[in-house]
Ligand binder design. Sequence first.
Ligand SMILES: *Cc1c(COP(=O)(O)O)cnc(C)c1O
Length: 396
Amino acid sequence: MKEIEKLDKDYVLHTYARNYVNFKKGLNATLYDDSNRDYIDFTSGIGVTSVGHGNPRVAKRIFEQASNLLHTSNLYAIEPQALLAKKINELSGYDIRTFFANSGAEANEGAIKIARTYGKTKFEKKRFKIITLENSFHGRTITTVKATGQSSFHQDKFAPYPDGFSFNAIDDVYNAIDDETVAVMIELVQGEGGVFPFPKDKIQELAKFLKQNDILLIVDEVQTGVFRTGEFLASNLYEIEPDIITLAKGLGGGVPIGAVLTKHKDIWGAGDHGSTFGGNYLVTATGLEVLDILEDLKDSGKLDETVIYFSKKLNDIFEANKDIFLSHVGLGLMRGLRVKDADTLGNIIKAAFEQGLMVLKSGNNTLRFLPALTISKSEIDEGFIRLQKAINKIKA
Ligand SMILES: *Cc1c(COP(=O)(O)O)cnc(C)c1O
C-alpha cells in the first residue's frame, strides 16, 4: 500500500471511493504527481479551479491579501466582500444583493431561508413548501439532501428530514404547487444528474408561470455559474430573472466560497442570517481576482473560442466511437458523453486515468467534462488523444 493510502485510510473518515494518486503541483489544466507524471485535468476539481491550477494572478493576490488580513469577522465591513458583491451585481445584469457563505450547500440553505422568509412575511397564511426537480442535486446538509430530487440520497440513517420538500419532473411541477408552495428550486443544466440542460422554452414557461403566481424561482447555479456555460450565469443564457441564485464552485478558483444572490434586496435585517467565515478577506479577494481573469477571458473572445474548440473535439470523439457513445450533451464547458452502459463508463474513466487523463462520471451513464475555463488548445488536444487511447484499450 502506498504511504498516502495508508495515511488517508488510517485517519480520514471514509466517505469517498478515492484514487490514491498523490498530486504535488498543477499548471493550468495539467497536474503532476509525486513521480512527476503528468495528467490532463478535464475535471477542474469538479468545476472549481475555473482559472486553472497554479494561476499566478490568483497566487499573487492570495499572498498579498494573506500578508495583510485574512479575517476580521462580519461584524466589520469587509472591502473585498463589498467589491465582490458589486462585481457579481454588474456581471449578472440583475439588480441584486449578495450574501456570502462557504459552499454550495450552505448557499442553498441561505436561498431556502430567504424563500421561507418571503413566505412568512408576504402572505397571510405562511407559505413554506419548496418543490425541486427529479434528478437534481443541491448538497449534503440535511436540508439540501432532502431538497435533492433523488430518493437514493434520502437515506433512512440520516432521518428525520425537514418538512416541506418534494420533487417532480419539470412538467409536473405545475400540478404539485399548492397554496403552501413558496418556491421552486431548479438547476438549468443538471450537473450531477447526468449533464442535462433543460430546454429554454420549458424554463421560460415555468419562470413566467411562477412569476404570475407569486412563487419564487430559485436557480442553483453552484455548478453552472461563473461562466461555466459560456455566460456569467446560465440564467443569462436562458434569459430568465430568478428571485434567488446560488453560486459556489468556480467562484473562488479553489478557495471555499458560496454566494446567495437575490433581487429581494431588503428581505433580511441584522441577525437574520450569518456565517463566521463567509465572505472573509481571503476568499473574496480571491473571488475578485478570479472574476477579473474570467471577465478578460470572456471579453477577449478567448472563452468562446475555447468552448467551440472543445465542442469540436468532443464531437469528433463521439463520431469516431458511436459503438460506445449514444450522444453528446451539455453547454459551454459543462459537457458530457452518454455511454451505452454503466460498466463501460467505469472502464473508460479507469483506463483514461491510466493514460494520464482525469474525467468525471455524472448520473449513471454520462462521462462528464468540466475543464478549467482557461484550458489551452494543446491541453485539449492531448486530453482527447489520451481519451481515444483509453477507449482503444477497452475496445481491444
Ligand atoms: C456541487 C453542487 C452543490 C453542492 O456544493 P457543495 O459546495 O459541495 O456544498 C449544490 N448544487 C449543485 C448544483 C452542485 O453542483
